[in-house]
Write a protein that binds this ligand. Structure first.
Ligand code: NAP
Ligand code: MG
Length: 492
Protein backbone atom coordinates (compact mmCIF):
# COMPACT_ATOMS: atom_id res chain seq x y z
CA UNK A 1 0.00 0.00 0.00
CA UNK A 2 1.45 3.33 -1.06
CA UNK A 3 3.22 5.48 1.44
CA UNK A 4 3.72 9.18 0.87
CA UNK A 5 7.17 10.61 0.34
CA UNK A 6 6.69 13.10 3.12
CA UNK A 7 6.50 10.37 5.75
CA UNK A 8 9.86 10.17 7.44
CA UNK A 9 10.91 6.55 7.80
CA UNK A 10 13.01 5.58 10.80
CA UNK A 11 14.39 2.26 12.03
CA UNK A 12 12.51 0.49 14.79
CA UNK A 13 14.05 -1.93 17.29
CA UNK A 14 13.80 -4.85 14.89
CA UNK A 15 15.76 -2.94 12.29
CA UNK A 16 12.64 -2.48 10.11
CA UNK A 17 11.48 0.77 8.61
CA UNK A 18 8.88 2.49 10.71
CA UNK A 19 6.80 5.65 10.39
CA UNK A 20 6.07 8.51 12.69
CA UNK A 21 2.39 8.87 13.53
CA UNK A 22 0.40 10.93 11.00
CA UNK A 23 -2.99 11.28 12.65
CA UNK A 24 -5.87 13.07 10.96
CA UNK A 25 -7.14 15.70 13.37
CA UNK A 26 -10.68 15.33 14.62
CA UNK A 27 -10.68 18.82 16.18
CA UNK A 28 -12.92 20.38 13.56
CA UNK A 29 -15.53 17.64 13.85
CA UNK A 30 -18.75 18.41 15.63
CA UNK A 31 -20.56 15.48 17.15
CA UNK A 32 -23.48 16.09 19.50
CA UNK A 33 -23.52 14.33 22.83
CA UNK A 34 -26.93 12.86 22.12
CA UNK A 35 -28.87 12.17 18.93
CA UNK A 36 -32.62 11.83 18.56
CA UNK A 37 -34.52 10.11 15.77
CA UNK A 38 -34.79 11.89 12.44
CA UNK A 39 -38.45 11.86 11.48
CA UNK A 40 -40.41 14.28 9.31
CA UNK A 41 -37.38 16.50 8.73
CA UNK A 42 -36.68 17.04 12.44
CA UNK A 43 -34.83 15.37 15.25
CA UNK A 44 -37.43 14.01 17.68
CA UNK A 45 -37.04 12.25 21.02
CA UNK A 46 -37.92 8.54 21.14
CA UNK A 47 -41.38 7.74 22.47
CA UNK A 48 -39.99 5.73 25.38
CA UNK A 49 -38.41 8.42 27.49
CA UNK A 50 -34.71 8.06 28.11
CA UNK A 51 -34.22 5.14 25.71
CA UNK A 52 -30.75 5.90 24.37
CA UNK A 53 -27.73 3.69 23.77
CA UNK A 54 -24.06 4.58 23.41
CA UNK A 55 -21.99 4.30 20.30
CA UNK A 56 -18.30 3.89 21.03
CA UNK A 57 -15.03 4.29 19.20
CA UNK A 58 -13.78 0.69 18.82
CA UNK A 59 -10.15 1.81 18.69
CA UNK A 60 -10.32 3.44 22.14
CA UNK A 61 -13.45 1.85 23.68
CA UNK A 62 -14.51 5.40 24.56
CA UNK A 63 -18.10 6.57 24.25
CA UNK A 64 -18.64 9.02 21.39
CA UNK A 65 -22.33 9.84 21.72
CA UNK A 66 -25.64 8.37 22.74
CA UNK A 67 -28.28 7.61 20.20
CA UNK A 68 -32.04 7.11 20.48
CA UNK A 69 -33.53 3.64 20.40
CA UNK A 70 -36.61 3.62 18.21
CA UNK A 71 -39.53 1.51 19.42
CA UNK A 72 -42.24 -0.04 17.24
CA UNK A 73 -44.27 3.10 17.90
CA UNK A 74 -41.44 5.35 16.68
CA UNK A 75 -41.03 3.23 13.57
CA UNK A 76 -44.76 3.62 12.96
CA UNK A 77 -44.46 7.42 13.23
CA UNK A 78 -41.49 7.36 10.83
CA UNK A 79 -43.34 5.22 8.26
CA UNK A 80 -46.40 7.50 8.50
CA UNK A 81 -44.16 10.50 7.94
CA UNK A 82 -42.61 8.82 4.90
CA UNK A 83 -46.07 7.98 3.55
CA UNK A 84 -47.25 11.55 4.02
CA UNK A 85 -44.14 12.90 2.29
CA UNK A 86 -44.69 10.44 -0.56
CA UNK A 87 -48.34 11.43 -1.07
CA UNK A 88 -47.91 15.13 -0.49
CA UNK A 89 -44.56 15.99 -2.10
CA UNK A 90 -42.26 13.39 -3.52
CA UNK A 91 -44.67 11.52 -5.81
CA UNK A 92 -45.90 14.87 -7.17
CA UNK A 93 -42.47 16.18 -8.15
CA UNK A 94 -41.18 15.78 -11.68
CA UNK A 95 -38.13 13.59 -12.17
CA UNK A 96 -36.16 16.72 -12.97
CA UNK A 97 -37.00 18.26 -9.60
CA UNK A 98 -36.18 15.06 -7.74
CA UNK A 99 -32.87 15.00 -9.57
CA UNK A 100 -32.06 18.52 -8.32
CA UNK A 101 -32.42 17.40 -4.72
CA UNK A 102 -30.35 14.27 -5.23
CA UNK A 103 -27.60 16.21 -7.02
CA UNK A 104 -27.63 18.64 -4.10
CA UNK A 105 -27.13 15.77 -1.65
CA UNK A 106 -24.21 14.48 -3.74
CA UNK A 107 -22.51 17.88 -3.78
CA UNK A 108 -23.01 18.40 -0.05
CA UNK A 109 -21.41 15.00 0.59
CA UNK A 110 -18.40 16.09 -1.44
CA UNK A 111 -18.17 19.38 0.43
CA UNK A 112 -18.22 17.62 3.79
CA UNK A 113 -16.24 14.59 2.71
CA UNK A 114 -13.50 15.08 5.29
CA UNK A 115 -15.97 15.37 8.16
CA UNK A 116 -17.84 12.24 7.07
CA UNK A 117 -14.59 10.30 6.61
CA UNK A 118 -13.32 11.14 10.08
CA UNK A 119 -16.61 10.28 11.79
CA UNK A 120 -16.86 7.03 9.83
CA UNK A 121 -13.39 6.02 11.04
CA UNK A 122 -14.09 7.06 14.63
CA UNK A 123 -17.43 5.30 14.92
CA UNK A 124 -16.58 2.12 13.01
CA UNK A 125 -12.80 1.66 13.25
CA UNK A 126 -11.87 1.65 9.56
CA UNK A 127 -8.62 3.31 8.44
CA UNK A 128 -9.03 6.95 7.44
CA UNK A 129 -7.31 6.24 4.13
CA UNK A 130 -10.18 3.93 3.24
CA UNK A 131 -13.03 6.11 4.48
CA UNK A 132 -11.41 9.14 2.83
CA UNK A 133 -10.41 7.52 -0.48
CA UNK A 134 -13.00 4.79 -0.96
CA UNK A 135 -16.17 5.04 1.15
CA UNK A 136 -17.03 8.72 0.94
CA UNK A 137 -16.11 9.29 -2.74
CA UNK A 138 -18.27 6.25 -3.60
CA UNK A 139 -21.12 7.64 -1.49
CA UNK A 140 -21.09 10.85 -3.56
CA UNK A 141 -20.74 8.82 -6.77
CA UNK A 142 -23.87 6.77 -5.98
CA UNK A 143 -25.93 9.91 -5.43
CA UNK A 144 -24.58 11.51 -8.62
CA UNK A 145 -25.23 8.36 -10.62
CA UNK A 146 -28.81 7.93 -9.42
CA UNK A 147 -29.57 11.66 -9.68
CA UNK A 148 -28.76 11.29 -13.35
CA UNK A 149 -31.49 8.67 -13.81
CA UNK A 150 -34.24 10.46 -11.86
CA UNK A 151 -35.53 12.38 -14.91
CA UNK A 152 -34.67 9.65 -17.43
CA UNK A 153 -36.50 6.64 -16.07
CA UNK A 154 -38.45 6.14 -19.29
CA UNK A 155 -35.08 5.75 -21.08
CA UNK A 156 -33.71 3.49 -18.38
CA UNK A 157 -36.64 1.13 -18.92
CA UNK A 158 -37.61 1.81 -22.54
CA UNK A 159 -41.17 1.16 -23.64
CA UNK A 160 -42.38 0.88 -20.05
CA UNK A 161 -44.04 3.30 -17.64
CA UNK A 162 -41.85 3.43 -14.55
CA UNK A 163 -43.71 4.22 -11.30
CA UNK A 164 -42.39 4.42 -7.73
CA UNK A 165 -43.37 1.78 -5.17
CA UNK A 166 -44.08 4.08 -2.22
CA UNK A 167 -42.31 3.78 1.13
CA UNK A 168 -39.04 1.84 1.37
CA UNK A 169 -37.86 0.34 4.68
CA UNK A 170 -34.08 -0.04 4.58
CA UNK A 171 -31.74 -1.78 7.01
CA UNK A 172 -27.97 -1.63 6.79
CA UNK A 173 -24.91 -3.20 8.50
CA UNK A 174 -21.87 -1.66 10.18
CA UNK A 175 -19.08 -2.42 7.74
CA UNK A 176 -19.69 0.41 5.24
CA UNK A 177 -22.20 2.55 7.13
CA UNK A 178 -22.54 5.61 4.89
CA UNK A 179 -21.83 3.70 1.69
CA UNK A 180 -24.59 1.18 2.41
CA UNK A 181 -26.89 4.12 3.18
CA UNK A 182 -26.06 5.58 -0.24
CA UNK A 183 -26.62 2.24 -2.00
CA UNK A 184 -30.09 2.22 -0.46
CA UNK A 185 -31.27 5.84 -0.35
CA UNK A 186 -29.95 7.07 -3.72
CA UNK A 187 -31.88 4.65 -5.98
CA UNK A 188 -34.98 4.84 -3.75
CA UNK A 189 -35.18 8.63 -4.11
CA UNK A 190 -34.32 8.55 -7.80
CA UNK A 191 -37.16 6.09 -8.37
CA UNK A 192 -39.58 8.43 -6.57
CA UNK A 193 -39.89 6.59 -3.24
CA UNK A 194 -39.56 7.93 0.28
CA UNK A 195 -37.53 6.07 2.89
CA UNK A 196 -37.14 5.01 6.49
CA UNK A 197 -33.62 3.74 7.12
CA UNK A 198 -32.19 1.95 10.13
CA UNK A 199 -28.39 2.07 10.50
CA UNK A 200 -26.49 -0.55 12.50
CA UNK A 201 -26.30 -0.22 16.25
CA UNK A 202 -22.51 0.22 16.40
CA UNK A 203 -22.22 2.75 13.56
CA UNK A 204 -25.18 5.16 13.57
CA UNK A 205 -23.28 8.46 13.48
CA UNK A 206 -22.69 9.10 9.79
CA UNK A 207 -26.37 8.33 9.10
CA UNK A 208 -27.31 10.94 11.69
CA UNK A 209 -24.87 13.45 10.20
CA UNK A 210 -26.47 12.59 6.86
CA UNK A 211 -29.83 13.52 8.42
CA UNK A 212 -28.39 16.97 9.17
CA UNK A 213 -27.26 17.17 5.55
CA UNK A 214 -30.81 16.26 4.42
CA UNK A 215 -32.05 19.26 6.42
CA UNK A 216 -29.44 21.48 4.76
CA UNK A 217 -30.40 20.15 1.33
CA UNK A 218 -33.92 21.34 2.13
CA UNK A 219 -35.54 18.06 1.18
CA UNK A 220 -39.30 18.07 1.79
CA UNK A 221 -39.89 16.82 5.37
CA UNK A 222 -40.33 13.07 5.71
CA UNK A 223 -38.76 12.06 2.38
CA UNK A 224 -35.81 10.62 4.32
CA UNK A 225 -36.25 9.34 7.90
CA UNK A 226 -33.53 7.76 10.03
CA UNK A 227 -34.51 5.51 12.94
CA UNK A 228 -31.68 4.24 15.11
CA UNK A 229 -31.89 1.11 17.25
CA UNK A 230 -31.03 -2.56 17.37
CA UNK A 231 -32.49 -5.67 15.75
CA UNK A 232 -35.96 -5.05 17.21
CA UNK A 233 -36.15 -1.67 15.48
CA UNK A 234 -35.17 -3.31 12.20
CA UNK A 235 -37.77 -5.99 12.70
CA UNK A 236 -40.48 -3.40 13.40
CA UNK A 237 -39.59 -1.69 10.13
CA UNK A 238 -39.64 -4.90 8.09
CA UNK A 239 -43.00 -5.89 9.54
CA UNK A 240 -44.71 -2.52 9.27
CA UNK A 241 -47.81 -3.04 7.11
CA UNK A 242 -47.43 0.24 5.21
CA UNK A 243 -43.90 -0.41 3.92
CA UNK A 244 -43.94 -1.30 0.20
CA UNK A 245 -40.36 -2.38 -0.22
CA UNK A 246 -37.77 -3.84 2.15
CA UNK A 247 -34.08 -3.49 1.37
CA UNK A 248 -31.76 -5.34 3.72
CA UNK A 249 -28.01 -5.74 3.82
CA UNK A 250 -26.63 -7.91 6.58
CA UNK A 251 -26.05 -11.47 7.64
CA UNK A 252 -27.60 -14.51 5.98
CA UNK A 253 -29.19 -15.50 9.30
CA UNK A 254 -31.12 -12.24 9.69
CA UNK A 255 -31.85 -12.28 5.94
CA UNK A 256 -33.58 -15.65 6.43
CA UNK A 257 -35.70 -14.28 9.28
CA UNK A 258 -36.72 -11.31 7.13
CA UNK A 259 -37.54 -13.45 4.11
CA UNK A 260 -39.76 -15.65 6.26
CA UNK A 261 -41.61 -12.71 7.74
CA UNK A 262 -42.21 -11.22 4.28
CA UNK A 263 -43.60 -14.44 2.82
CA UNK A 264 -47.23 -13.99 1.90
CA UNK A 265 -47.08 -10.18 1.84
CA UNK A 266 -46.93 -8.15 -1.36
CA UNK A 267 -43.83 -6.25 -0.18
CA UNK A 268 -40.97 -6.26 -2.65
CA UNK A 269 -37.59 -7.08 -1.18
CA UNK A 270 -33.87 -7.27 -1.84
CA UNK A 271 -31.48 -9.08 0.47
CA UNK A 272 -27.73 -8.51 0.25
CA UNK A 273 -26.21 -11.14 2.52
CA UNK A 274 -22.94 -12.81 3.41
CA UNK A 275 -20.12 -14.24 1.32
CA UNK A 276 -17.04 -16.47 1.34
CA UNK A 277 -15.25 -15.53 -1.85
CA UNK A 278 -12.34 -17.44 -3.34
CA UNK A 279 -9.42 -15.65 -4.91
CA UNK A 280 -8.00 -18.10 -7.47
CA UNK A 281 -4.32 -17.68 -8.39
CA UNK A 282 -3.04 -19.60 -11.42
CA UNK A 283 0.62 -20.39 -12.02
CA UNK A 284 0.75 -18.01 -14.98
CA UNK A 285 -0.46 -15.01 -12.94
CA UNK A 286 1.67 -11.95 -12.24
CA UNK A 287 2.51 -13.13 -8.74
CA UNK A 288 3.49 -9.83 -7.11
CA UNK A 289 0.30 -8.21 -8.38
CA UNK A 290 -1.72 -11.20 -7.23
CA UNK A 291 -0.21 -10.94 -3.74
CA UNK A 292 -1.33 -7.29 -3.57
CA UNK A 293 -4.77 -8.40 -4.72
CA UNK A 294 -4.94 -11.09 -2.05
CA UNK A 295 -3.93 -8.54 0.62
CA UNK A 296 -6.49 -6.04 -0.60
CA UNK A 297 -9.09 -8.79 -0.88
CA UNK A 298 -8.90 -9.95 2.72
CA UNK A 299 -7.41 -7.08 4.75
CA UNK A 300 -9.36 -4.15 3.26
CA UNK A 301 -11.63 -2.81 6.03
CA UNK A 302 -10.25 -5.43 8.50
CA UNK A 303 -11.92 -8.10 6.39
CA UNK A 304 -15.34 -6.73 7.35
CA UNK A 305 -16.39 -7.00 3.73
CA UNK A 306 -19.20 -9.20 2.43
CA UNK A 307 -17.29 -9.77 -0.83
CA UNK A 308 -13.88 -10.21 0.88
CA UNK A 309 -11.54 -12.71 -0.75
CA UNK A 310 -11.47 -14.74 2.45
CA UNK A 311 -10.36 -17.94 0.73
CA UNK A 312 -7.21 -18.22 -1.32
CA UNK A 313 -6.99 -20.99 -3.89
CA UNK A 314 -3.47 -21.11 -5.26
CA UNK A 315 -2.13 -23.47 -7.94
CA UNK A 316 0.42 -25.90 -6.51
CA UNK A 317 3.39 -24.80 -8.59
CA UNK A 318 3.38 -21.29 -7.13
CA UNK A 319 1.87 -22.06 -3.71
CA UNK A 320 5.17 -21.81 -1.79
CA UNK A 321 6.19 -18.60 -3.53
CA UNK A 322 2.81 -16.97 -2.95
CA UNK A 323 2.79 -18.01 0.70
CA UNK A 324 6.32 -16.71 1.28
CA UNK A 325 5.49 -13.39 -0.36
CA UNK A 326 2.25 -13.13 1.59
CA UNK A 327 3.90 -13.75 4.95
CA UNK A 328 6.51 -11.09 4.08
CA UNK A 329 3.86 -8.66 2.91
CA UNK A 330 1.65 -8.88 6.00
CA UNK A 331 4.67 -7.92 8.14
CA UNK A 332 4.57 -4.50 6.47
CA UNK A 333 0.87 -3.88 7.20
CA UNK A 334 0.40 -1.20 9.83
CA UNK A 335 -2.28 -2.15 12.36
CA UNK A 336 -3.52 0.58 14.69
CA UNK A 337 -5.14 3.99 15.06
CA UNK A 338 -7.81 4.28 12.34
CA UNK A 339 -7.27 8.03 12.16
CA UNK A 340 -3.56 7.62 11.37
CA UNK A 341 -2.92 8.02 7.65
CA UNK A 342 -0.27 5.27 7.77
CA UNK A 343 -2.72 2.69 9.05
CA UNK A 344 -3.56 -0.24 6.80
CA UNK A 345 -5.74 -2.21 9.21
CA UNK A 346 -7.90 -0.41 11.76
CA UNK A 347 -9.92 -1.61 14.73
CA UNK A 348 -12.36 -4.51 14.70
CA UNK A 349 -15.82 -2.94 14.74
CA UNK A 350 -17.01 -4.26 18.11
CA UNK A 351 -16.12 -6.52 21.01
CA UNK A 352 -18.76 -8.99 19.81
CA UNK A 353 -17.17 -9.16 16.35
CA UNK A 354 -13.67 -9.58 17.81
CA UNK A 355 -14.95 -12.47 19.95
CA UNK A 356 -16.51 -14.06 16.87
CA UNK A 357 -13.27 -13.77 14.91
CA UNK A 358 -11.20 -15.12 17.82
CA UNK A 359 -13.53 -18.09 18.17
CA UNK A 360 -13.04 -18.91 14.49
CA UNK A 361 -9.25 -18.63 14.81
CA UNK A 362 -9.32 -21.03 17.78
CA UNK A 363 -11.57 -23.41 15.83
CA UNK A 364 -9.23 -23.24 12.84
CA UNK A 365 -6.31 -24.28 15.05
CA UNK A 366 -8.31 -26.97 16.86
CA UNK A 367 -9.33 -28.48 13.52
CA UNK A 368 -5.69 -28.81 12.48
CA UNK A 369 -5.07 -25.62 10.49
CA UNK A 370 -1.57 -24.13 10.55
CA UNK A 371 -1.86 -20.53 11.63
CA UNK A 372 0.49 -17.64 10.91
CA UNK A 373 0.00 -14.09 12.17
CA UNK A 374 1.90 -10.89 11.54
CA UNK A 375 4.35 -10.09 14.35
CA UNK A 376 3.04 -6.51 14.60
CA UNK A 377 2.11 -5.03 17.94
CA UNK A 378 -1.39 -3.71 18.59
CA UNK A 379 -2.57 -0.97 20.98
CA UNK A 380 -3.55 -1.98 24.52
CA UNK A 381 -7.02 -0.47 24.37
CA UNK A 382 -9.54 -1.17 21.65
CA UNK A 383 -10.39 -4.23 19.55
CA UNK A 384 -7.65 -5.55 17.30
CA UNK A 385 -6.88 -8.58 15.23
CA UNK A 386 -3.52 -9.14 13.57
CA UNK A 387 -3.51 -10.20 9.90
CA UNK A 388 -3.95 -13.97 10.04
CA UNK A 389 -3.22 -16.73 7.51
CA UNK A 390 -4.26 -20.38 7.72
CA UNK A 391 -2.59 -23.21 5.78
CA UNK A 392 -3.40 -26.93 5.82
CA UNK A 393 -7.13 -26.44 5.70
CA UNK A 394 -9.64 -28.28 3.54
CA UNK A 395 -13.20 -27.81 2.32
CA UNK A 396 -14.70 -29.26 5.48
CA UNK A 397 -12.92 -26.87 7.87
CA UNK A 398 -15.24 -24.39 9.54
CA UNK A 399 -12.96 -21.48 8.62
CA UNK A 400 -13.27 -22.48 4.96
CA UNK A 401 -17.06 -22.77 5.00
CA UNK A 402 -18.12 -19.87 7.25
CA UNK A 403 -18.00 -16.15 6.81
CA UNK A 404 -15.63 -14.88 9.52
CA UNK A 405 -15.85 -11.19 8.60
CA UNK A 406 -12.36 -10.47 9.89
CA UNK A 407 -8.72 -10.34 8.68
CA UNK A 408 -8.39 -14.12 8.43
CA UNK A 409 -7.43 -15.86 5.19
CA UNK A 410 -7.88 -19.60 4.58
CA UNK A 411 -5.32 -20.87 2.06
CA UNK A 412 -5.84 -23.99 -0.07
CA UNK A 413 -4.08 -25.30 -3.14
CA UNK A 414 -5.32 -26.86 -6.40
CA UNK A 415 -3.80 -28.65 -9.38
CA UNK A 416 -6.27 -28.23 -12.24
CA UNK A 417 -8.71 -25.48 -13.23
CA UNK A 418 -11.59 -27.90 -12.68
CA UNK A 419 -10.46 -28.47 -9.10
CA UNK A 420 -10.23 -24.70 -8.52
CA UNK A 421 -13.78 -24.18 -9.77
CA UNK A 422 -15.09 -27.12 -7.76
CA UNK A 423 -13.53 -25.78 -4.55
CA UNK A 424 -14.48 -22.17 -5.21
CA UNK A 425 -18.15 -23.10 -5.64
CA UNK A 426 -18.23 -25.42 -2.68
CA UNK A 427 -19.71 -23.14 0.00
CA UNK A 428 -23.29 -22.08 0.68
CA UNK A 429 -22.43 -18.57 -0.53
CA UNK A 430 -22.01 -17.04 -3.96
CA UNK A 431 -21.36 -13.35 -3.69
CA UNK A 432 -18.00 -12.72 -5.32
CA UNK A 433 -14.75 -14.20 -6.57
CA UNK A 434 -11.38 -13.36 -8.09
CA UNK A 435 -9.31 -14.94 -10.86
CA UNK A 436 -5.63 -14.19 -11.49
CA UNK A 437 -4.04 -15.39 -14.71
CA UNK A 438 -2.12 -14.09 -17.69
CA UNK A 439 -4.56 -15.74 -20.13
CA UNK A 440 -7.73 -13.93 -21.16
CA UNK A 441 -9.30 -17.16 -22.37
CA UNK A 442 -8.77 -18.73 -18.96
CA UNK A 443 -10.48 -15.76 -17.33
CA UNK A 444 -13.58 -16.28 -19.48
CA UNK A 445 -13.59 -20.04 -18.97
CA UNK A 446 -13.23 -19.88 -15.19
CA UNK A 447 -15.49 -16.90 -14.51
CA UNK A 448 -18.31 -18.47 -16.51
CA UNK A 449 -18.17 -21.49 -14.20
CA UNK A 450 -18.05 -19.61 -10.89
CA UNK A 451 -21.41 -19.38 -9.16
CA UNK A 452 -20.99 -15.85 -7.82
CA UNK A 453 -22.63 -12.51 -8.52
CA UNK A 454 -19.48 -10.40 -8.83
CA UNK A 455 -16.18 -11.67 -10.23
CA UNK A 456 -12.99 -9.68 -10.60
CA UNK A 457 -10.16 -10.65 -12.93
CA UNK A 458 -6.59 -9.62 -12.07
CA UNK A 459 -7.95 -7.15 -9.53
CA UNK A 460 -10.20 -7.26 -6.48
CA UNK A 461 -12.67 -5.14 -4.50
CA UNK A 462 -13.29 -2.63 -7.26
CA UNK A 463 -16.64 -0.84 -7.04
CA UNK A 464 -18.55 1.48 -9.30
CA UNK A 465 -22.10 2.84 -9.01
CA UNK A 466 -22.90 1.82 -12.59
CA UNK A 467 -22.15 -1.82 -11.90
CA UNK A 468 -24.67 -4.19 -10.33
CA UNK A 469 -23.68 -6.02 -7.14
CA UNK A 470 -25.37 -8.98 -5.48
CA UNK A 471 -25.27 -12.67 -4.77
CA UNK A 472 -26.21 -16.20 -5.75
CA UNK A 473 -27.36 -18.91 -3.32
CA UNK A 474 -27.26 -17.85 0.36
CA UNK A 475 -25.62 -14.55 -0.53
CA UNK A 476 -28.98 -13.00 -1.26
CA UNK A 477 -31.70 -11.94 -3.63
CA UNK A 478 -31.62 -8.95 -5.99
CA UNK A 479 -28.96 -6.50 -7.12
CA UNK A 480 -27.79 -3.07 -6.00
CA UNK A 481 -26.00 -0.57 -8.21
CA UNK A 482 -26.52 0.24 -11.87
CA UNK A 483 -29.91 -0.04 -13.52
CA UNK A 484 -30.31 -3.45 -11.88
CA UNK A 485 -30.22 -1.61 -8.54
CA UNK A 486 -32.76 0.98 -9.60
CA UNK A 487 -35.26 -1.59 -10.83
CA UNK A 488 -36.22 -2.95 -7.38
CA UNK A 489 -37.50 0.54 -6.49
CA UNK A 490 -39.73 0.77 -9.53
CA UNK A 491 -43.03 -0.64 -10.71
CA UNK A 492 -43.09 -1.15 -14.48
P1 NAP B 1 -26.75 -8.36 10.83
O1 NAP B 1 -26.53 -8.78 12.21
O2 NAP B 1 -27.60 -9.18 9.95
O3 NAP B 1 -27.33 -6.87 10.92
C1 NAP B 1 -27.65 -6.11 9.77
C2 NAP B 1 -28.69 -5.07 10.16
O4 NAP B 1 -29.92 -5.72 10.49
C3 NAP B 1 -28.32 -4.25 11.38
O5 NAP B 1 -28.82 -2.94 11.23
C4 NAP B 1 -29.05 -5.00 12.48
O6 NAP B 1 -29.27 -4.24 13.63
C5 NAP B 1 -30.34 -5.35 11.78
N1 NAP B 1 -31.08 -6.48 12.36
C6 NAP B 1 -30.65 -7.40 13.25
N2 NAP B 1 -31.65 -8.29 13.51
C7 NAP B 1 -32.72 -7.92 12.75
C8 NAP B 1 -34.05 -8.45 12.56
N3 NAP B 1 -34.47 -9.54 13.18
N4 NAP B 1 -34.87 -7.81 11.69
C9 NAP B 1 -34.45 -6.71 11.02
N5 NAP B 1 -33.22 -6.17 11.16
C10 NAP B 1 -32.36 -6.77 12.02
O7 NAP B 1 -25.40 -8.18 10.04
P2 NAP B 1 -24.13 -7.39 10.53
O8 NAP B 1 -23.38 -8.27 11.45
O9 NAP B 1 -24.50 -6.02 10.96
O10 NAP B 1 -23.34 -7.21 9.16
C11 NAP B 1 -22.50 -8.16 8.67
C12 NAP B 1 -23.16 -8.97 7.58
O11 NAP B 1 -23.57 -8.13 6.50
C13 NAP B 1 -22.20 -9.95 6.97
O12 NAP B 1 -22.79 -11.21 6.87
C14 NAP B 1 -21.93 -9.37 5.58
O13 NAP B 1 -21.56 -10.32 4.64
C15 NAP B 1 -23.21 -8.72 5.26
N6 NAP B 1 -23.04 -7.70 4.21
C16 NAP B 1 -23.52 -7.98 2.95
C17 NAP B 1 -23.36 -7.07 1.93
C18 NAP B 1 -23.88 -7.37 0.54
O14 NAP B 1 -24.02 -6.45 -0.24
N7 NAP B 1 -24.17 -8.62 0.21
C19 NAP B 1 -22.73 -5.85 2.17
C20 NAP B 1 -22.25 -5.60 3.46
C21 NAP B 1 -22.43 -6.54 4.46
P3 NAP B 1 -28.08 -4.22 14.75
O15 NAP B 1 -27.00 -3.39 14.21
O16 NAP B 1 -28.67 -3.59 15.94
O17 NAP B 1 -27.70 -5.63 14.99
MG1 MG C 1 -19.42 2.96 17.13
Amino acid sequence: MARTKTDQPKLNFDGLWDYDPAPESSDAISIKDQYDLFIGGEFVAPSKEGRYFDTINPSTEERIASVAEATTQDVDIAVKSARKAYDKYWSKLTGKDRAKYIFRIARLIQERAREFAIIESMDGGKPIRESRDVDIPLVAAHFFYNAGWADKLQYAFPGRQPKPLGVAGQIIPWNFPLLMLAWKIAPALAGGNTVVLKPAETTPLTALKFAELIQDADLPPGVVNIVTGAGATGSALVNHPDVNKVAFTGSTNVGRIIQKSLAGTDKKYTLELGGKAANIIFEDAAIDQAVEGIVNGIFFNQGHVCCAGSRLLVQEGVADEVYRKLTDRIETLVVGDPLDKNTDIGAINSKAQLDRISTFIEKGIAEGGEVHQSSCSVPDKGYWCKPTLFKNVSQSHSIVQNEIFGPVLAIQTFRTPAEAVEKANNTPYGLSGGVWTDKGSKIFKITSKLRAGVIWANTFNKFDPTSPFGGYKESGVGREGGLHGLLPYIKL
